[in-house]
Design a protein around this ligand. Structure first.
Ligand SMILES: Cc1cc2nc3c(=O)[nH]c(=O)nc-3n(C[C@H](O)[C@H](O)[C@H](O)COP(=O)(O)O)c2cc1C
Length: 214
């Protein structure tokens, strides 16, 4: 076995105090995301999306957070992909951000719904033309393909089908997902593994905040 047991960091970049937390987790997230974006970390909006299928079998992959507001967090993908099939059977998911430059982690879980067609279409047309063609080319995402050459031939055929200068239509199998948060957790690494963790749970009176054991 490769031995990694001597590799460790002591986390000492900050602390998280109960009295410094925003009562609204979405605002707390906005602040931490802004701070992550201000570092030199590549793509702090890259996030792990964990789903599970109807039998509870989990799977996780990286996606890009494309926006967040008072409704929740938005990512885009292919609705027929592995994750898309999972979400059809089981709409519960978790998004996990890890920001090593800040020694922070954020977890947010809840129900996922497809974003409205209009919003998905607007974002699709903002993407570079090559990404639009790739969305068409990589369907059904997550299915086997015989070779790289076959994939590139699909892309080339799409370049002819949708000539330069003409809009590429959004495929109906591609679009956004909105995760409506039911729980959040904000984690700040501290020395000696005595980390600060706060959970926000949705409750009748609003968000209930609890400190968790590290
Ligand atoms: C940095 C990074 C960003 C990615 N962004 C997306 C994305 O926004 N949407 C997406 O569908 N896949 C994205 N992917 C690819 C996914 O991780 C994954 O391979 C793909 O969506 C298929 O996942 P699935 O088979 O579990 O459905 C990204 C991968 C990386 C490493």
């Amino acid at each position: 076995m490769t031995d990694l047991t001597d590799l460790r960091l002591s986390y000492q970049k900050g602390e998280l105090r109960r009295d410094a937390l925003n009562p609204d987790p979405s605002a707390q997230f906005a602040l931490w995301l802004e701070q992550a974006l201000a570092t030199d970390m590549p793509e702090p909006y890259a996030v792990t999306l964990a789903t599970a299928d109807g039998a509870g079998r989990p799977s996780a992959r990286t996606v890009l957070l494309r926006g967040h507001d008072e409704r929740g967090l938005v990512v885009y993908s292919n609705y027929d992909s592995h994750k898309g099939r999972d979400l059809k059977l089981n709409p519960q998911a978790e998004l996990l951000f890890y920001w090593p430059q800040l020694e922070r982690q954020v977890r947010v879980s809840g129900r996922v719904n497809q974003l409205g067609e209009q919003e998905s279409t607007a974002y699709f047309h903002k993407r570079p033309r090559e990404s639009q063609l790739a969305a068409h080319a990589s369907d059904p995402q997550s299915a086997p393909i015989a070779s790289r050459a076959e994939l590139e031939a699909k892309f080339a055929a799409l370049e002819t089908r949708f000539p330069q200068g003409q809009p590429v239509p959004k495929p109906e199998f591609w679009g956004g997902y909105l995760l409506t948060p039911a729980a959040w957790e904000f984690w700040q690494g501290r020395p000696s593994r005595m980390h600060d963790r706060f959970e926000y749970l949705v409750a009748a009176e609003g968000w209930r905040i609890t400190r968790l054991m590290p």
